[in-house]
Structures are given as structure tokens and as C-alpha cells.
Design a protein around this ligand. Structure first.
Ligand SMILES: NC(=O)c1ccc[n+]([C@@H]2O[C@H](COP(=O)([O-])OP(=O)(O)OC[C@H]3O[C@@H](n4cnc5c(N)ncnc54)[C@H](O)[C@@H]3O)[C@@H](O)[C@H]2O)c1
Length: 324
């Protein structure tokens, strides 16, 4: 099988590429390296079944050629990370809408299977826990830049489902919840890599707000397992599927756990949201996925524990600094 991964030099995409190569499949990656890095795929370059193109997925002619060669397309290329989204809303909206449209249009011309990466952000401020794929989405005011990401991804979902209904495109939408693991960078506001980096340097761990907000973190290996299984399942076509862990932890407890695992001398420093982001930033208190649809389809859901996830990020950081 030939797999095309847009955003394949990114965190999740590079692990997905690795998984398919390990199965004996062929993988091509397209990435503009905006938040991804060539370092994420350097180790794959010697594999004769691996190819990569450094380009923008919005370039329809390039993407069309790559889609043509593929049996299945994973569309992961997107503007990602709360910090980036708040600071560069124009880039976020255009990248996420245009990129998805190009991929869907090209895949539809050739009837190629497509998996579109959406996000738990689309549930917005909903307080109906756990989040189920069929429930209403509760999005904040348009003057608050954060919601541009959720809305752009929600439009991606509408487009994918529309192409499926109207043009028979075999498309699946996956709503990814917080996914963590080796290679993820803290540069764009991802919490576990940020905390681990701070702890390893014995610097204060910066907890935004009062730290009582709760999240579920899934390991990227579990996410990739779910992505591969869903792509193979005919029952997933035309559906939206949550992928996430149900292990909940408060951000304050997460900071304490990182300090414990790294044996760090770091203290915890509370930072008001207004200082971290623009004034009026909204955050959600909880976010937990209903994984029954995922389990029904593929028979499992992410289960690696938060402590194991932190440990794998710590090991990755130590390994990289050792290599430097
Ligand atoms: N990591 C998470 O917790 C999480 C949660 C929800 C959804 N997602 C979704 O999963 C996908 C992958 O995210 P990730 O965490 O691996 O982030 P990432 O930033 O590491 O990956 C995104 C990749 O897309 C590339 N890219 C961006 N714009 C591009 C363009 N126009 N053309 C080509 N490449 C482009 C980036 O360089 C990067 O390599 C994204 O669609 C994201 O919205 C991730």
C-alpha cells in the first residue's frame, strides 16, 4: 500500500510514517516545515519505501500528483498549537481551510480514501461530558482568536462529510484529543513538553490560571494505532470518530507529576491567562472523550498512562540532549 501523509514531518505524522514503513508499506510525506522539522524524518530517509516533498499542501498541482500515487491519504497538515493560533489567526484559518479543500478535491477526483485530522477543540465550551461525536458544538465569540482553530477544523469536517455524501468520497474525520510523546515540541504551547523542559532545567513550571483545568493525555503510539486501524475499517467511512484517552488529570497535578518523575527542583509558578495570552482568553475546565464509537469500530482506545507518557517525553528529551 502507498500512504500519503500531509504534515508528515510533524509530530504525529512522523510517527504515523514510521508505523506504515514498519508494516512494509510505502510512504510519501508532504510538509512545508512550518511547525514540523526535517529532524523528525531524518531517520526514515534511508528507507527505499520512503519519500518526502518539502512544499505547501495548498499547492494543488503538487498535492494532486502525490494523491494520485497514494492508496490512502492522511491529512494532518495544519496550523497547530494554541499559541500559534492566537498569534497568527490569518495563517491558521487560511492554512486549515485551503489545505483541506485541496486534499479533498484531489482525493475526490481519484476516489482515494482520506482521513482528515480534526480536533477536540471543536467541542469548544461544551460542558456535556464525556464529549460524544453527535453532540452540539459550543464555540465562543469570533473576536476571540482561539476559536478560529476550532471553527476552521469544524469547517474541514463539514467539507469532508459533504464530499463523502455528495461525491461518494471515502472519507473519515478523526477528532484527536491531546496527543503527546517523543518529538513533540513545546514551542507552540503544548503543555507536557513545556513542563518537561522546564523541569529538566530546574526552572519554574508555568501553570496557566489556577491549574484546576483538567485534561486527558494520550500517547502518540496509541493515536497512531487507532489511525491505522480506522483507515482499514470500512465502517469508519463517512463517520467522525474521537481518538483520545479517558485518563483525566488537572494541570496542577500534571505539573507535580512532571516534577516527581524528573526529580526536579522546579517550583510551580501560576501565570494569569492575560499574561500568557491576549486579554479575554477563554479556557475550558474539562475535556474528556467518549470513546465508545472508536472501541466499537477498532476494538480499543488509547490506554497508555499519563505517567508513562511523561516518562517517554523525558527519555526523548534526555536522548536528544545527549545527541547534541
Ligand atoms: N497533537 C495534538 O495534541 C493534536 C490534537 C488535536 C488535533 N491535532 C491535529 O493533528 C494534526 C497533526 O498535529 P501535530 O500535533 O503532529 O502537529 P505538528 O505541528 O507537529 O504537525 C503539523 C505538520 O503540518 C505541517 N504543515 C503545516 N502547514 C502546512 C502546509 N500548508 N503544507 C504542508 N505542511 C504543513 C507542519 O510543518 C507540521 O509538520 C494537525 O492537523 C492537528 O490539528 C493534534
Amino acid at each position: 500500500m502507498h500512504v500519503l501523509i500531509t504534515g508528515g514531518a510533524g509530530f504525529i505524522g512522523s510517527h504515523l510514517a514510521e508505523a506504515y514503513l514498519q508494516r512494509g508499506d510505502w510512504v510519501t510525506v508532504i510538509d512545508d516545515l512550518s511547525t514540523g522539522s526535517i529532524r523528525n524524518i531524518n531517520h526514515l530517509k534511508s528507507n527505499e519505501r520512503f519519500a518526502y516533498v518539502i512544499d505547501d499542501v495548498c499547492h494543488a498541482r503538487v498535492t494532486a500528483e502525490l494523491v494520485d500515487m497514494a492508496d490512502v491519504v492522511f491529512h494532518l497538515a495544519a496550523a497547530v498549537g494554541v499559541k500559534l493560533i492566537v498569534e497568527r489567526p490569518v495563517h491558521t484559518i487560511t492554512t486549515n481551510l485551503e489545505g483541506t479543500e485541496v486534499v479533498l478535491e484531489q482525493a475526490s477526483k481519484k476516489s482515494k480514501k482520506v482521513i482528515i485530522a480534526s480536533t477536540s477543540e471543536v467541542y469548544g465550551k461544551s460542558e456535556s461530558f464525556p464529549f460524544n461525536e453527535e453532540q452540539d458544538l459550543v464555540i465562543g465569540a469570533t473576536r476571540r482568536a482561539r476559536w478560529a482553530y476550532a471553527c476552521s477544523k469544524a469547517m474541514d469536517e463539514f467539507m469532508a462529510l459533504a464530499y463523502h455524501r455528495e461525491r461518494n468520497l471515502p472519507a473519515t474525520v478523526v477528532r484527536l484529543f491531546n496527543t503527546v510523546g517523543p518529538r513533540q515540541t513545546g514551542r507552540y504551547g503544548m503543555v507536557i513538553p513545556t513542563f518537561v523542559d522546564q523541569a529538566l532545567r530546574n526552572k519554574p513550571i508555568t501553570v496557566y490560571g489556577d491549574g484546576k483545568q483538567r485534561r486527558c493525555f494520550g500517547h502518540v503510539f496509541d493515536t497512531v494505532k487507532c489511525l491505522v486501524a480506522l483507515a482499514e475499517h470500512p465502517g469508519a467511512i463517512g463517520k467522525v470518530v474521537n481518538i483520545g484517552s479517558q485518563h483525566e488529570i488537572s494541570i496542577l497535578d500534571l505539573a507535580k507529576l512532571v516534577i516527581k518523575i524528573t526529580d526536579s527542583r522546579s517550583e510551580i509558578k501560576f501565570v494569569p491567562y492575560e499574561e500568557a495570552y491576549a486579554e479575554g482568553f477563554e479556557d475550558m475546565m474539562r475535556r474528556i472523550p467518549d470513546t465508545s464509537r472508536l472501541k466499537e469500530l477498532v476494538g480499543f482506545a488509547p490506554e497508555i498512562s499519563t505517567a508513562e507518557i511523561i516518562q517517554s517525553v523525558v527519555d526523548d528529551r534526555r536522548h536528544r540532549s545527549h545527541l547534541r
